[in-house]
Design a protein around this ligand. Structure first.
Ligand code: DGY
Length: 322
């Protein structure tokens, strides 16, 4: 049995790096282009030394037990690792790694795709055009929100939050943020950003972009009460993790006019989408493609592979989590 198992195919060059390091017989890739079912995953990981997994693979204590004492490293091909119970890994001396930094710019670009697309109703407008409904140019047709010079609120000023804020400089936006830690005065100055309370963030943002990890304290954080504090023209954007936003409450807020628009790339129970959200013309919905560029997905795979190579060679991996 190969000592390394990949739960899904990764870009060819990154796979080759792994094969070059350990030989073809030591690398096995799940052969189907789908999420490996849990029962199959439990069997497939047994006896491996390294597993390269996806954010869609659940790694709880039972899964680590299924892998057994041979497992040395679990390399998540994602920056977010809420799919992994890290303390269960640490208790079993398994190193967990993720892929930070390499996807920062691609994800910030996608946040901006959603900021612009949701504000200017591009999904709705395109659906309208393709349905053959467009009659003529009209002064009152498909009016959206202007972005230039408005206030961008960032929830979670980590790497991706900062990259999203940096792009706002080109739109002459005022940036406000709320985060676990306040950034240095120098960093705030370079981003033209000011730290505000969570309520001030809700009340003052024209666009509110979420960039926090999924933690117990962020699960379900954005619900009916929060939406009622936001401007009725506000645009909510989420490229972090779906469960940070209560989807049913978001659909209701979009329908009631508590907020104006939403741009959403991540969902509570992917790939399911709350049916009422699907009904909202004022929501621009994308299928979790924040990091989906050829360059970034290749870089993520390389980093995951480099983490495995380091641990199996007894070295410190480039991006450990525990
Ligand atoms: C991540 O890496 O956490 C992203 O959600 C993948 O696009």
């Amino acid at each position: 049995m190969a000592k390394i198992f990949l739960t899904r195919a990764i870009p060819e060059q990154a796979l080759q790096l792994l094969i070059d390091a350990f030989g073809e017989n030591e690398v096995e890739v799940y052969p189907h282009d789908q999420i490996i079912p849990r029962d199959e995953l439990e069997k497939a990981v047994h006896g491996r030394e390294a597993v390269l997994c996806m954010l869609t693979d659940p790694w709880d204590a039972k899964m680590f037990d299924a892998a057994g004492a041979s497992l040395k490293v679990l390399a998540n091909c994602a920056v977010g690792y809420n799919n992994i119970q890290v303390d269960a890994a640490s208790e079993r001396n398994v190193t967990v790694t993720n892929t930070p930094d390499v996807l920062t710019e691609a994800t910030a670009d996608l946040a901006w795709t959603l900021i612009m697309g949701a504000s200017r109703r591009s999904g709705e407008a395109e659906r309208y055009l393709r349905a053959g409904k467009w009659g003529s140019w009209s002064p009152n047709f498909m009016l959206g929100n202007e972005i230039y010079g408005k206030t961008l609120g960032i929830y979670g000023m980590g790497r991706i939050g900062r990259a999203t804020a940096r792009r706002a400089l080109g739109f002459n936006m005022k940036v406000i943020y709320h985060s676990r830690t306040q950034r240095s005065a120098e960093e705030e100055g370079s981003l033209n950003a000011s730290y505000v309370s969570f309520d001030e963030l809700l009340e003052q943002s024209d666009v509110l972009s979420i960039h926090s990890p999924l933690l117990p304290e962020t699960t379900g954080l954005f619900g009916a009460e929060e939406f009622s504090k936001m401007k009725d023209t506000a645009v909510l954007v989420n490229t972090s993790r779906g469960p940070v936003v209560q989807e049913a409450a978001l659909a209701q807020a979009l329908k009631n006019g508590d907020i104006g628009f939403a741009g959403i790339d991540v969902f509570e129970k992917e790939p399911e989408i709350h049916p009422e959200l699907l009904d909202c013309e004022n929501a621009l919905l994308l299928p979790h493609i924040g990091s989906a560029t050829l360059e970034t997905r290749t870089a993520m795979a390389y980093l995951a592979v480099e983490n495995i190579i380091a641990v199996l060679n007894g070295k410190t991996p480039p991006t450990p989590v525990n």
